[in-house]
Ligand binder design. Structure first.
Ligand code: GTP
Length: 622
């Protein structure tokens, strides 16, 4: 029995909820959409409508809990919330338990979306009434479609002056064969049309197929580390019933645990003592680290033999970057921070590495550049770590005459003078989907050609929007492609990609040298045709960001022994107080403190101090 601090509207004040009242009539659904089409706002309204959170709780996008999500206005982690709703069903009032999963919209986090969909039988496909179908609408529709989910189209933001729901209905019909009369028209902002959403969810989405009478099988959806409770796992009960105190076992590791707490996300954790078939909730079972909680694993009662669930495809790391402590003596602190953060974001791969320039650090694999950026920001914000990250790279394959193959996640690891002759270089490619207003077609084709793209498809969604598919080297899109695409289309382009095969490519390793010394952490692998431009841009950027020092600094870019770009930074003593005429002591003190802070964030490479921003700026050179 569950005692609610804020009982849902559908229940009388002070009443208790017995989960046994909702035998597999519960419904699990997800909200999927292109970025910013209003998923989190719609989730808020549904939580309010069911009394799960109070109206005017003062915190929009309630389920976006991370600081980085609030600052950037994006969803990074999928979040589940259980709601209770009374609905007239087959002639009588019936209480339903609804599990809503709010998912991220950005392409980097589509792995979160596909995991969330595994626990659902239906999805609300939210489309902005003015913007219409966008690239992630297409990607998310197919994720849901391939998972055999019931799809309810929701045309949102109909309050906008430029809203054109009929055009969006026509797009949904022509692109996905969705019946226009099935679409719900809503405004998550004004509340218009919201009353149809939950009845449609209940009537159109089937309940989960499992049985309470079968042996317990639960799918581990996600996990995170809580300072007080330890590892908390989010689970979906596929078959059977789980009680507090049960002994469970992991199908992946064979390790056994005792369930010390079990409950639902309402939307905060609320203990219920039980979870039944089809329900989504949390468990605490004494796991010591989230490494034990393998996402996609099947948990079952000890001493029962079960067929494990298919689980998930492992996360595919698209971008790798080195992370180093800004101050070398903070290595252990960074190690600890990364361990903690990966507990909450298991899609990052981490291996230790060392660099002559930066000392001991980590090579991390990310799902994309935004994911890398978000991880970096979370390390700083949530764990107070000061980090230097190296130029992101994609996993290249180099093949040698003796038949050996080398997968290179760190350009510094590529031998400049290999023992065996290099016979082939291969780079990963992606299939990119781009949707743009027709007037931008020309400039987007030019951009894609510059980025070595090969056009696979070009058609029109309707009279105003073009749809294009390109095969592109992953390297070309991870570095600032999306920003450039947005800027040449005045922000109207939408973009999504899925990974594809490796292709042969003419690649070279570009070294950066400071006073003749190669800086391993700045080495990068580029296409031969781009090496002269990238080399020039890198040395120019470095010249701008490295402060003059007491000796001359020669900055060079080189392929092997051939220097392809060079800049010289003449010697100077930098006096931060030079501009401080007048004798304002506090201002002087402030400047000196700022300088001290700046020094902490410097990296000494050989004899040259390099500020942290220089490393950041190098990330943007494509
Ligand atoms: N005018 C109008 N604005 C809306 C409506 N719904 C959401 N918005 C606004 O649209 C913006 C994006 O809303 P979110 O709910 O954060 O969108 P999202 O799809 O969850 O975004 P991601 O999580 O980043 O994918 C916010 O500024 C909302 O206030 C609506 O019905 N009408």
């Amino acid at each position: 029995m569950l005692h609610l601090s804020h009982p849902p509207q559908n229940n009388k004040e002070g009443s208790t909820i017995d989960l046994n009242k909702y035998p597999s009539d519960n419904i699990n659904f997800s909200i999927i959409a292109h970025v910013d089409h209003g998923k989190s706002t719609l989730a808020d309204r549904l939580l309010e409508l069911t009394g799960t959170i109070r109206k005017g709780h003062g915190q929009p996008q309630y389920l976006d809990k991370l600081q980085v999500e609030r600052e950037r206005g994006i969803t990074v982690k999928a979040q589940t919330a259980t709601m209770f709703h009374c609905h007239k069903f087959l002639g009588s009032d019936t209480d339903f338990l609804l599990n809503l999963i709010d998912t991220p919209g950005h392409v980097d986090f589509s792995y979160e979306v596909s995991r969330s969909l595994a626990a659902c039988q239906g999805a609300l496909l939210v489309v902005d009434a003015a913007q219409g179908v966008q690239a992630q609408t297409v990607a998310n529709f197919y994720l849901a479609f391939e998972s055999n989910l019931a799809i309810i189209p929701v045309i949102n933001k109909i309050d906008q002056p430029t809203a054109d729901p009929d055009r969006v209905k026509a797009q949904l019909k022509s692109m996905f064969d969705l019946d226009p009369s099935d679409a719900l028209l809503t405004s998550a902002k004004t509340g218009q049309g919201l009353e149809q959403v939950l009845p449609s969810v209940i009537e159109r989405i089937p309940p989960p197929p499992g049985k309470n009478t079968l042996p317990l099988r639960m799918l581990l959806l996600d996990s995170y580390y809580d300072e007080y409770k330890g590892v908390i796992c989010h689970v979906a009960i596929v078959d059977g019933v789980l009680h507090k105190g049960d002994k469970i076992c992991s199908a992946a590791t064979g390790q056994s645990y005792e369930v010390s707490d079990v409950g639902i996300m309402h939307p905060e954790l609320v203990a219920t003592g039980i979870l039944l078939t089809g329900q989504v909730g949390y468990i605490v079972s004494g796991m010591r680290s989230t490494k034990e909680a393998r996402v996609g694993d099947t948990l079952h009662h000890t001493r029962t033999v079960i067929q494990p669930l298919p689980g998930f495809k492992p996360a595919k790391h698209m971008v790798f970057s080195g992370l180093y402590p800004a101050d070398g003596s903070d290595f252990e602190a960074l190690n600890h921070a990364i361990e903690r953060l990966t507990c909450n974001d298991a899609s990052v791969s981490v291996t230790k590495e060392s660099s002559t320039a930066l000392g001991l650090g980590f090579r991390c694999g990310f799902l994309g550049l935004l994911h890398m950026d978000v991880f970096h920001q979370r390390l700083e914000q949530e764990h107070g770590a000061h980090v230097i990250s190296t130029v992101p790279t994609v996993p290249y394959i180099f093949e040698y005459s003796d038949g050996s193959k080398l997968q290179v996640q760190n350009p510094a690891a590529l031998p400049s003078n290999p023992k065996n002759r290099l016979i082939a270089c291969r780079e990963p490619t992606v299939i990119a989907t781009i949707i743009i207003p027709s007037e931008y077609v020309g400039s987007v084709i030019t951009l894609c050609a510059e980025r070595r793209g090969e056009q696979l498809e070009y058609s029109f969604i309707d009279s105003q929007r073009a749809f294009m598919k390109y095969r592109m080297p992953l390297r070309e899109i991870v570095v600032d492609f999306y920003n450039e695409l947005k800027s040449i289309t005045s922000g109207y382009a939408s973009f999504d990609y899925e990974d594809s095969e490796y292709q042969a490519s003419d690649l070279v390793k570009l070294d950066i040298l400071l006073n003749g010394q190669p800086v391993d952490a700045m080495a990068t692998i580029v296409h031969k045709s781009k090496a002269p431009r990238v080399g020039r841009e890198l040395v120019e950027k470095l010249k701008k960001f490295i402060d003059r020092q007491m000796f001359e600094i020669i900055i060079q870019a080189a392929i092997g022994s051939k220097v392809i770009a060079r800049e010289t930074l003449s010697a100077m003593r930098k006096n931060v107080l030079a501009k401080c005429y007048g004798g304002d002591v506090t201002r002087k003190r402030k400047l000196l403190e700022k300088q001290k802070e700046g020094k902490k964030r410097m990296k000494r490479v050989g004899s040259v101090d390099i500020p942290q921003e220089a490393f950041h700026e190098l990330l943007k050179v494509s």
